[in-house]
Design a protein around this ligand. Structure first.
Ligand code: G6P
Length: 616
């Protein structure tokens, strides 16, 4: 979603901000803007479109200032347009503001400000906030700039991360946060502000993640001064060390981040298990779970909440935990859970799964569960993200930064963590015998090699197959058991990046509707590994072929029955049924990727989608 970059220091602010905005492009956006500290007046440019479009209209701003900020906007209030792009200026032209989030009571404030004579150029909620700051400064000329920002923030509700500059206070940046993330990078004689640390990781490894309800004033003279928005109480900054490098967030020779991330999976799954899965001694060592084993085993039930791809991982988590630990699991869309007055007891354990750790619905659902006394556990990829910080305990996925909007390596890392949790719980409570446990963990340990083998052996085949489906308008994905969620995820990948309509179904449900769609133009991806209701899948394929559907089968090496009936065959190595979604995900990711590439789609930044959905 929206991205914010700010800078004050000695470098050319234009270059730092523009390069920073490029690093945030993965979040998804439809317009961009920049403002620099000027002598007596801001210099500003903003436009609908991408950062390249912004550069085209602003290049003469280069080299002219050492303080500035920029923004990539993902439209909520008002269409993507030059006018609605950020920064927004106050009526007197002295205050500039960029904002990520939604000001929910903007309309009542707008009415109040309009009555006082303020006018508005855009349809945004943001323009209301910047004028509210001016209003407080006009009301009492003694009011200093940071205080006016604080007064204004106390009047609004909703979600925001903001950065504000005032023309009369050159070199000063004021930031605030409620519900949307904001990080401050601490360099030598320079400060950076950004929605996440990727825009400044090349300059510094030290950062402060602004907490909920906090604001900060940042200047070369006084450093970083953090206050509570509610009562102005001073807050000691907690400085964190950044643990990722610039190389990790660059494309490394791949055409797209998505392809790079697909091919990183042998390593990311390995990293997720590193130091946790000790095969020789038969131990799964996960601090987050280990310290709370009794809490999990005594739970009335486990509720998994998530959105998108993470929700699909949650469904597989349900199968894993119920099979091995015999604990009742429910999986909910965070957006439904939070608004349906769910029954939550203090005995419940709620697991939130989130790559970004910032998804607004997941965050709100977690808060609700926490208020009602449940134990809350996080499975996040982004270290120190908002969700990671509010949970009682958790396990990071350690997949490394995921930039492509369509989630790939984070998904398989989530499945790896869920597998370890299920096996650990099962072993501890005695529902999983030692021999089976030992055999499963050695299979888990073998996954990085099998992932590597799968990518090597399926890449070219899938690339070729993809060419035949560039003009398809619909796709069906079918699977059973553990691979029913794989079908959902395969379909989601395809629709996200290729804009082809795709649906995932449990294969047996085909008879209850989707079968009506099948004809010679309907491609159907069948996930049919040997272990897992194979015979039933054989019947499903027969039913499809009887209606002339085009079958693309994902089968184990050496498969005969399904392969002989299928139009296209993709062979993957065998593994335990419960881990097969990790392997099956790989050719499905590649299939979506190549179909999208051949259709000329913007794979890393698909239209209308955002990587980190920080509004509900
Ligand atoms: C967005 C992303 C998806 C992601 C979902 C949940 O829709 O585009 O890839 O699965 O949000 O995000 P989270 O960060 O909570 O896993």
């Amino acid at each position: 979603m929206c991205g914010i970059v700010g800078y004050t220091g000695f470098q050319d602010a234009y270059s730092v901000v523009i390069n920073g905005l490029r690093r945030l492009e993965y979040r998804g956006y439809d317009s961009a803007g920049i403002v620099l500290d000027g002598q007596g007046a801001f210099s500003m440019a903003k436009t609908k479109g991408k950062v390249d479009d912004l550069v085209a209209v602003s290049e003469e701003m280069k080299g002219k200032a050492t303080v500035g900020m920029g923004h990539t906007r993902w439209a909520t209030h008002g269409v993507p347009s030059d006018r609605n792009s950020h920064p927004h200026l106050s009526n007197n032209g002295k205050i500039a503001l960029v904002h990520n989030g939604i000001i929910e009571n903007y309309d009542t404030i707008k009415i109040m400000l309009t009555e006082k004579g303020f006018t508005f150029q855009s349809e945004t909620d943001t323009e209301v906030l910047v004028n509210l700051i001016q209003y407080f400064m006009d009301l009492n000329p003694e009011t200093d700039f940071p205080s006016a920002v604080r007064y204004a923030l106390n009047e609004v509700y909703g979600a925001y991360a903001i950065t504000v500059m005032h023309d009369d206070f050159p070199g000063l940046l004021v930031v605030g946060r409620l519900g949307s993330p904001l990080a401050i990078g601490l360099g030598e004689n320079e400060f950076f502000i950004a929605s996440d640390a990727s825009p400044f990781v090349e300059f510094t490894k030290e950062a402060i993640y602004l907490e909920e309800g906090h604001m900060a004033t940042i200047s070369m003279e006084h450093g970083v001064d953090i206050r509570s928005i509610a009562d102005n109480a001073r807050i000691e900054p907690a400085i964190q060390e950044l643990k990722f490098s610039l190389e990790q967030i660059e494309k490394g020779g791949y055409e797209h981040f998505m392809l790079k991330e697909i091919f990183e999976q042998p390593k990311s799954v390995h990293d997720t298990m590193r130091g946790r899965l000790l095969v020789d001694t038969g131990i799964i060592k996960m601090a987050g779970i280990f310290d709370h084993l009794e809490r999990f085993n005594n739970a009335g039930r486990i509720i998994i909440i998530a959105c998108g791809t993470s929700w699909h991982a949650g469904l597989i988590g349900e199968y894993l935990i119920e099979e091995f630990a015999r604990i009742n699991v429910e999986v909910e869309y965070a957006s439904e859970f939070r608004y349906r007055n769910p029954i939550i007891s203090e005995k419940d354990v709620v697991i939130a799964i989130s790559q970004s750790g910032e998804t607004a619905d997941t965050m709100a659902a977690l808060k609700l569960a926490k208020e009602r006394g449940a134990f809350i556990y996080g499975i996040c990829n982004v270290v120190d993200s908002s969700i990671a910080r509010i949970t009682d305990a958790g396990s990071y996925t350690h997949a490394g930064p995921e930039i492509g909007v369509a989630s790939t390596k984070a998904f398989t890392a989530q499945l790896t963590v869920l597998s370890m949790i299920a096996l650990k719980l099962g072993k501890h409570n005695g529902t999983l015998g030692n021999a089976e446990f030992m055999s499963l963990i050695s299979e888990l340990d073998a996954l990085p090699n099998k992932i590597e083998e799968t990518l090597e052996n399926t890449h070219e085949i899938v690339k070729e197959i993809s060419k035949d489906f560039v003009n398809s308008q619909n796709f069906l994905y079918l699977g059973r058991g553990y691979n029913y969620p794989s079908a959902l995820e395969g379909a989601l990948k395809l629709k996200e990046i290729s804009y082809i309509h795709a649906e995932g179904y449990p294969a047996a449900e085909m008879k209850h509707g989707p079968i009506a769609l099948i004809d010679e133009n309907m491609p159907i991806v069948i996930i049919a590994p040997k272990k897992g209701h194979y015979d039933k899948i054989v019947s499903n394929v027969q039913e499809i072929k009887a209606r002339k559907g085009k079958v693309i089968a994902v089968v184990n090496k050496g498969d005969v029955q399904v392969s002989s009936m299928s139009d296209y065959v993709i062979e993957i190595p065998e593994t335990s049924e419960c881990f097969s979604p990790i392997i099956a995900a790989l050719p499905l990711q590649l299939l979506a990727y190549y179909i999208a590439v051949y259709r000329g789609a913007n794979v890393d930044q698909p239209r209308n989608l955002a990587k980190s959905v920080t509004v509900e």
